[in-house]
Write a protein that binds this ligand. Structure first.
Ligand code: XLS
Ligand code: NI
Ligand code: NI
Length: 437
């Protein structure tokens, strides 16, 4: 492939921790083996089409700043086709093997559904060509059900059945295109599936409709033979006051209530965890322990700004915690680490896309190695195991097995007296973690 879009920027190489070259990896060494797999196989990085190619970097106080010389700014299909090659040149140079997109990132929304679908097909032809030429694959696709004016009061949860039907038609097409491109997954992020005020909202009906949309998608998936995974992505608010998929626990409850458990797993995003008032590790743990951790949107938020600022992850504690949860679930199956992240408005040059992704990849390489070392060391796991050992025998084992009654517990305490509790040792454990970072 020619270096037409990012001239002067080489393919990014691993140069090791002593390198001072900003356009090199210091820690991410794709072929290096950590445990049973290479870094590349563990991390399964993906690049987000919407941020990398389509985000002009505007904020609520100012317009776009991003310089993207290959983009003529038009909504033409030709411009959309050209962007495909800029995206793939970028991914090849930075060494990322997967990408993710919304229907409306890759192709323009035109006058009606037929024209929009045709545009999407035309760009999909180009994407397929680029995939075949480079070996880059689609991690997941999705439909944008939140930008167009018609979705101002939601898509699957709109009070208007015609809007629901439009959203369903868009999901149908996006799913078919994802299937055609060999996508390994498909994401449902309920961009505006929530409410601005309860005074105009029938919450029960809206939630029922959202479940119908997902059941329709599951049925269509079977019909067309799409083998990829379905994910639901929690986010508590923004743009709505409340979004129904507010966190991992709420999503799991929704899936269980509507008979969708097993059909969808979760795509957990760091900045959304922050907005929900949780740590990323909490969200991942909740999803993993329900057997429903599917994929990750790897970004981070600014703790001082209450928005989904979608920054690149550079914090080693964060990436370590994430990789501990990923390793404990036995690694990704169809999922991966999708950089759902954008450069800052101040970082508007094309080369900044490289610095951003290099930083995220290096941070995750360190997180992977650190997590692997912590698990291998075993002190944390041994501590946790020991902490619960009173449930391994005696009254504890009977409680866990469901063989103890309130009377049994009373009899036990009458015989043994006041329990002697032990320290949780939080500080000691935090010190152990710091030995590895
Ligand atoms: C927005 C979401 C979005 C999803 C895909 O906050 O993170 O980008 O990942 O629709
Ligand atoms: Ni996301
Ligand atoms: Ni987000």
């Amino acid at each position: 492939m020619s270096g037409e879009f990012f001239p002067g920027i080489p393919t990014i190489a691993y140069e090791g921790p002593k390198s001072r070259n900003p356009l090199a990896f210091k820690h991410y060494n794709a072929s290096e083996v950590v445990g049973d797999k290479t870094m590349k196989e563990h991390l399964r990085f993906a690049c987000a089409y919407w941020h990398t190619m389509r985000n002009g970097l505007a904020d609520p106080f100012g317009g776009p700043t991003a310089e993207r010389p290959w983009d003529d700014g038009s909504d033409s299909v030709d411009n959309a086709r050209k962007r495909v090659w800029a995206m793939f040149e970028f991914m090849q140079k930075v060494g990322i093997d997967f990408y993710c997109f919304h229907d409306r990132d890759v192709a323009p929304e035109l006058n009606d559904l037929t024209a929009s679908n045709q545009a999407l097909d035309a760009v999909a032809d180009e994407l397929l060509k680029a995939q075949n030429q480079t070996g880059i694959k689609l991690l997941w696709g999705t439909a944008c059900l939140f930008s167009h004016k018609r979705y101002n009061q939601g898509a699957g949860t709109s009070p208007d059945a015609d809007v629901f039907a439009y959203a369903a038609a868009q999901v149908k097409k996006a799913l078919e295109v994802t299937h055609r491109l060999g996508g390994e997954g498909y994401v449902f992020w309920g961009g505006r599936e929530g409410y601005a005020t309860l005074w105009n909202t029938d919450m029960k009906r809206e939630l029922g409709h959202l479940a119908r949309l997902l059941h329709m998608a599951v049925a269509h998936k079977r019909k067309i033979g799409f083998q990829g995974a379905f994910y639901i992505e929690p986010k508590p608010r923004e743009p709505s006051t409340h979004q129904y998929d507010s966190d991992a626990a709420a999503c799991l409850n929704f899936l269980r209530e509507h008979g969708l458990m097993g059909e969808l797993s979760l795509n957990i995003e760091t900045n959304h965890a922050t907005l929900a008032g949780h740590t990323m590790m909490h969200e991942l743990r909740v999803a993993r322990e329900a057997g429903a951790l599917g994929s990750i949107d790897a970004n981070t938020g600014d703790e001082l700004i209450g928005w989904d600022t979608d920054q690149f992850p550079t914090n080693i504690y964060l990436t370590t915690q994430i990789m501990i949860e990923v390793l404990r679930m036995g690694g990704f199956a169809t999922g991966g680490l999708n950089f759902d992240a954008k450069c800052r408005r101040e970082s508007f040059e094309p080369v900044d896309l490289f610095h951003a992704h290099i930083g995220g990849m290096d941070a995750f390489a360190r997180g992977l190695k650190t997590a692997h070392a912590i698990i291998g060391d075993g002190r944390i796991d041994a501590f946790v195991k020991e902490r619960y050992q009173s449930f391994d025998a005696g009254i504890g084992a009977r409680i866990e097995a469901g063989n103890a009654t309130l009377e049994d517990c009373e009899a036990h305490i009458l015989a043994t007296g006041e329990p002697s509790t032990r320290s949780g040792r939080q500080e000691m454990l935090e010190n152990i973690i710091n030995e590895f970072i």
